[in-house]
Design a protein around this ligand. Structure first.
Ligand SMILES: Nc1ncnc2c1ncn2[C@@H]1O[C@H](COP(=O)(O)OP(=O)(O)O)[C@@H](O)[C@H]1O
Ligand SMILES: [Mg+2]
Length: 226
């Protein structure tokens, strides 16, 4: 089991106001799945991914990811956990605008202690895997949205994470490009055996799911697959 979560709660406090974004989430996920979490905006999907990826801590509950207990980890242990075990993919790509596609991928590898030559070689291989070998020298502004997301996918996978978390990865793309990107992620899931969790409100994503969940009002429930 790569993820075991029990009774996760997250309460955001804004002055006197409280928002319960997670209200008792249980989740068991086997390694190698392509899990899709569907649900309306405000349902708690991003909050859940942030907790699973060690960006944010739960207010209550237990969560183990790849054997690591997140709720009790120190701040520095969480930072290491994120760097070593999690690949993040975001809606708006989050690439560094002044760096080329290759350098955006390299940065993650160098941060993990790779030597320059090996990192460059591996970065180029990762860009080739996402079909972007011919764009390695382009900056984000010189790439289409779909191409930028491919770079972000290469960056996320380059460090060989145990778990890839994608938050609305197709939210900024037209439907044809969105489908290409979903196919790419599903291919990488199968060929690399990487576990993916995709949070989205795009129903099309269901087709690719090996397990499907719905999230609304801070609650997660398994959803039958048609
Ligand atoms: N940093 C925050 N501070 C306060 N409330 C937040 C914060 N982040 C999210 N929320 C609230 O938590 C709820 C769940 O949000 P979110 O996890 O972003 O849902 P989704 O990703 O499904 O749209 C929403 O009501 C949202 O307004
Ligand atoms: Mg969200």
């Amino acid at each position: 089991m790569i993820i075991q979560a029990r009774g996760l709660e997250k309460i955001y406090r804004r002055g006197a106001q409280q928002v319960a974004a997670l209200r008792g989430v249980d989740l068991d996920l086997q390694a190698g799945e392509f899990a899709v979490i569907l649900g309306p905006s405000g349902g708690g999907k991003s909050t859940l991914l942030h907790v699973l990826g060690g960006i944010d801590r739960p207010s209550a509950g237990q969560v183990r990811v790849n054997g690591f207990a997140l709720e009790s980890a120190s701040e520095s242990a969480l930072t290491r956990f994120r760097r070593d075990h999690i690949g993040f993919i975001f809606q708006f790509y989050n690439l560094l605008p002044s760096l080329s596609a290759l350098d955006n991928v390299l940065l993650s590898l160098l941060a993990k202690g790779w030597g320059w030559q090996a990192a460059r070689q591996h970065g180029l291989e990762m860009l080739a895997q996402v079909g972007l070998a011919h764009r390695s020298g382009h900056r984000p502004a010189e790439l289409s949205g779909g191409e930028q997301q491919r770079v972000a996918i290469a960056r996320a996978l380059s460090v060989d994470p145990a778990l890839v978390l994608a938050d609305e990865p197709t939210g900024d793309l037209d439907s044809a490009t969105a489908n290409e990107l979903l196919e790419l992620m599903a291919d990488l899931n199968r060929s690399l055996g990487k576990t993916f969790i995709i949070a989205t409100h795009n129903q099309e994503t269901c087709r690719f799911a090996t397990s499907l969940f719905e999230m609304r009002d801070g609650r997660l429930s398994p959803k039958g697959m048609s």
